[in-house]
Design a protein around this ligand. Structure first.
Ligand SMILES: Nc1nc2c(c(=O)[nH]1)N[C@H]1C(S)=C(S)[C@@H](COP(=O)(O)O)O[C@H]1N2
Ligand SMILES: [Mo]
Length: 447
């Protein structure tokens, strides 16, 4: 709860500080110059301050030390100079906001790490927090030596340099990317935090050349219906992509959130198939082969297909169906600080287009209220939803339900398992329920 402060108290402190000339140490401040605190000295002190060295790690009692109405010590000396460091980093006090590796795989190269959804705001995932999924580690690719080869059923087989590709007219679009293994633990072995239940989804602004442009340049022959994409990593990851998607909204992306792709995201070039399961967005893209049929690679037969209760397997699941999750309050996030007003907020997305509505329940699904959607609501993009809530301090079951513009409604866990059974691994998109305890702690209700 905010602390109340009297005008008298504020005046008293400000007067005292003015008398001691504590405030206002701007570059030409005489007091500092008289004391011989030159730029370098002050900068070094400020840099130490920025690193957290001079700052008490535990906050002092209200009204003392650096807290208002007192003037904090970081106002009384110069801050760190520019270019410290040249490539900016988050505050030292945010050092715990990091990707978390899975504990399900034995090797560090064929593994994945989760985005800390509980600590993020809005819809954009910062590049350093974008989830990772690598089948053979992250290759270190020299863009000067990287090529994209386009061949197969094309009139002009062609090899592009990165510079060639970057000369084509570019587009920038905001889209989510979700691993089809996101939430796979929730089938049988629920995870405690939203980072590990839902953190294999991220969203950013991608810039690149439409794949259609490149295919037109090569000239697709009649009878062609598929294109094979191959990555330049040790896994040589390959997937077959329908030409209809290739000519629709597929991108050859070289930038994310304004800067060139991170190595983890496929530097210098990746395929991005908006709304489709993550593994089809081949990273470190080096080859596109046009053909009449799918190739039935390992990653679209043995892997990424869902085994149904009757023993059959689903062939190709491309678009990720509508899904949502409350990220505040959520498992793994900060406990809710006592009864009273709170804003429930979370993320919703659909591989079929725009989110049209999100409903939120605080009583385990007996009553639902329609949440506010942050604008703009974009197709195949994360949408932030919000609902104001008065918590009476009693235990509660919080959940969200997304509906997309195709009319699809996110299923309950029961409904999903009724169709998929217990053998499916991928494409889990059921409603996620968080259990809020009287203490404010949040855990996975797994219902
Ligand atoms: N070449 C290549 N592309 C790949 C992969 C890979 O291991 N190698 N992993 C795929 C999988 S399973 C997913 S979910 C996404 C993850 O993209 P990200 O690591 O940028 O989040 O990339 C896909 N593209
Ligand atoms: Mo994936």
């Amino acid at each position: 709860m905010p602390r109340e402060v009297s005008e008298q108290e504020v005046r008293a402190v400000l007067e005292a500080e003015r008398a001691e000339n504590i405030r206002g140490a701007l570059p030409l401040d005489r007091r500092q110059m008289l004391r011989g605190a030159v730029w370098g000295g002050a900068a070094a002190a400020a840099a130490a301050l920025a690193r957290g060295a001079a700052v008490a790690q535990t906050a002092p009692a209200e009204g003392t030390g650096n807290l208002p109405p007192n003037t904090p010590e970081w106002m009384t000396q110069q801050g760190a100079p520019i270019l410290s460091p040249p490539y900016g980093l988050p505050s030292e006090f945010e050092k715990d906001v990091v990707r978390q590796p899975t504990d399900l795989t034995a090797t560090a190269t064929a593994s994945w790490s989760f985005t800390p959804l509980q600590d993020l705001h809005g819809i954009i995932t910062p590049n350093g927090l974008f989830f990772e999924r690598h089948h053979g580690g992250v290759p270190a690719i020299d863009p000067e030596q990287h090529r994209l080869m386009v061949h197969g059923m094309v009139e002009r087989p062609v090899i592009f340099t990165m510079n060639d590709l970057m000369r084509f007219p570019a587009v920038s679009r905001i889209h989510f990317l979700e691993c089809s293994g996101n939430s796979l633990t929730e089938y049988v072995n629920p995870e405690p935090s939203v980072q590990t239940t839902h953190g294999l989804v991220s969203c950013c602004e991608w810039t690149g050349v439409p794949l259609a442009t490149i295919l037109q340049e090569a000239g697709v022959e009649s009878g062609a219906a598929w294109v094979l994409a191959e990555g330049a990593d040790a896994a040589a990851m390959t997937r077959s992509i329908p030409l209809s998607k290739a000519f629709d909204d597929a991108l050859l992306a070289y930038s994310q959130n304004g800067e060139r792709l991170r190595p983890e995201q496929g530097y210098p070039l990746r395929l991005l198939l908006p709304g489709y399961e993550g593994n089809m967005s081949i990273k470190w893209l080096r080859r596109l082969e046009v053909g009449p049929e799918p190739w039935y690679t390992r990653e679209e037969t043995s892997k990424y297909t869902d085994l149904m209760p009757d023993g059959s397997a689903r062939k190709f699941t491309f678009a990720m169906e509508a899904k949502s999750v409350i990220t505040h309050p959520a498992g793994g996030g900060k406990p809710l600080g006592g009864p009273g007003f709170h804003e429930i907020s979370g993320l919703a997305w659909s591989g079929y287009g725009r989110i049209s509505r999100v409903d939120v329940t605080t009583d385990g699904g007996r009553n639902w209220r329609t949440a506010e959607l942050d604008q703009p609501v974009l197709a195949k993009c994360l949408t932030r939803f919000r609902l104001p809530w008065q918590w009476n301090g009693e235990p509660a079951l919080l959940a969200s339900r997304a509906i997309d513009e195709s009319g699809y409604v996110q299923p309950t866990r029961e409904q999903l398992l009724a169709v998929r059974g217990q053998n499916s691994v991928y494409h889990y998109n059921a409603i996620q329920t968080w259990r809020l305890a009287e203490s404010g702690e949040v855990s996975n209700a797994a219902v």
